[in-house]
Each structure stands twice: as C-alpha cells, then as structure tokens.
Design a protein around this ligand. Structure first.
Ligand code: DX5
Ligand code: ZN
Length: 219
C-alpha cells in the first residue's frame, strides 16, 4: 500500500494556520489531517467549518477530516461541501454506521472508519465493503501530544493480516503518539497512513519535519 503522511493541524500555530498548511503540503505531505472535536464525543472542542473553509484554497492536498463528533451524519454533507476529500467517522459515534458511510460515498467522498483503542476490530466485519480507510486510534482521542498505546501495534498487525487475507486494499491510518520511533513500529505492523501532530508542527521547522518523516517512511 502506498504510504502517506498526514500532518494534523491540531498542533499547528493557529496565528499562521495557512502558512503552516502550505509548508506541510509543499514539503510533500499527501494529506492534511483535520481534527474536528465537539466536546461531546471527546472532552475537548477544537474547530469546525469556518477553519476548513479558510484553508481549503491554500492547497490541493487531500483534506483528511477526522470527525470526533457525536452523530456525525448531521454534518457530513457540509464537510463535503467545504472541501473534505476523505471523511472519517467513529464507529462509536454513529448508530447507523453503514448508512453514514453510504451517505459519504453518495457525496463523492472517500470514507474512513475510526476505532478507539478499546473498540474491537470486529465492528468492521460488515462495513469493510464501504470503507476506504480504517483509522486506528493509538491514543484515546481528544488531545494532541499523548503517548502511543503500545498494545495497538498488535491491533494494527491483526487488521493488516486480515485485509491481506481477504485481498482488500484498504488504507490503515494510525493516529496518536506517532513520532520517529513509533512510526517505524506502526509501519512494520502494516499501517500506511501516518498522522503526526506534535511531531510535525513543533513550532520550528514544519517543512523540514515533513521531509524527514517522508524520507524515513520510504526507507
Ligand atoms: C487526537 C487527534 C490527533 C492528534 C494527534 O485525538 O485525533 O489527530 O492531533 O496528535 P499527536 O500526533 O501529537 O499525538
Ligand atoms: Zn485525528
């Protein structure tokens, strides 16, 4: 599977968000990971529609919108309209996951299904046919800068083995605590899309960080 880097703007400097996004994209990041939090599904509130609208013109990179929102089906149409390319919903947050995925596809967008660390892979059993990407949370969602939960490595490996066995070309994105060290671990286990928040947006050299991690991913 093709490897992709998805810098998460949650850790960006919001005083100059447009510049941060274009630095990451121009340095080669294929995705821009956009964390929307509603203060219900997760404890914190991040940002929403106006922010996405204002950064959409900055780049053609894939907008990878991670909805940490209760009942996300209420909003997928609007996020699609604002320029999301890939819309990820949490299996835990929607009663009708299959319908929500159908809705995203009907808007011409790619689907992602996110699972919290405690959620078993079996919730994917009957929706893989509608899933373009599985997002495995490697921290409990809600905040950047947390520590990678080590038992998630086995979860990644189990999922990749299953997908290979079934001949399914589905991306596995990992999100939370990914840095130089854990990136190697998750890649080896079978993840191919790496979210990096604090590792890329460190307040110093965003473009340099992106180039460094892209190079590492190809090693
Ligand atoms: C956490 C978010 C992440 C976050 C990752 O709930 O979904 O995307 O930005 O941040 P780091 O890479 O710093 O763990
Ligand atoms: Zn995220």
């Amino acid at each position: 599977m093709k490897k992709k880097l998805a810098p998460s703007i949650l850790s960006a400097d919001f005083r100059k968000l447009g510049e941060e996004v274009s630095s990451a994209a121009n340095a080669g990041a294929q995705y821009i990971h956009i964390d929307v939090m509603d203060g219900m599904f997760v404890p914190s509130i991040s940002f929403g529609m106006p922010v996405i609208r204002s950064i959409r013109p900055v780049t053609d990179a894939v907008f990878d919108v991670h909805l940490m929102v209760q009942d996300p089906e209420r909003y997928v149409e609007e996020f699609a309209r604002l320029g999301a390319d890939l819309i990820t919903v949490h299996a835990e947050a929607t009663k009708h996951l299959d319908r929500t995925l159908q809705q995203i596809h009907s808007l011409g967008k790619k689907t992602g299904v996110a699972l919290n660390p405690a959620t078993p892979l079996s919730v994917l059993d009957h929706v893989l046919y509608q899933t373009d990407m599985v997002l495995l949370m490697t921290v409990n969602p809600g905040f950047g800068g947390q520590k990678y939960i080590e038992p998630m490595t086995e979860k990644i490996r189990t999922l990749r083995e299953r997908l290979l066995r079934e001949g399914r070309e589905i991306d596995i994105e990992v999100d939370g605590g990914i840095n130089e060290q854990t990136a190697r671990i998750v890649l080896e286990a079978g993840a191919n899309v790496l979210v990096m928040g604090s590792a890329v947006f460190d307040g110093k050299d965003v473009a340099g960080n992106v180039r460094k991690y892209l190079k590492m991913m190809e090693e």
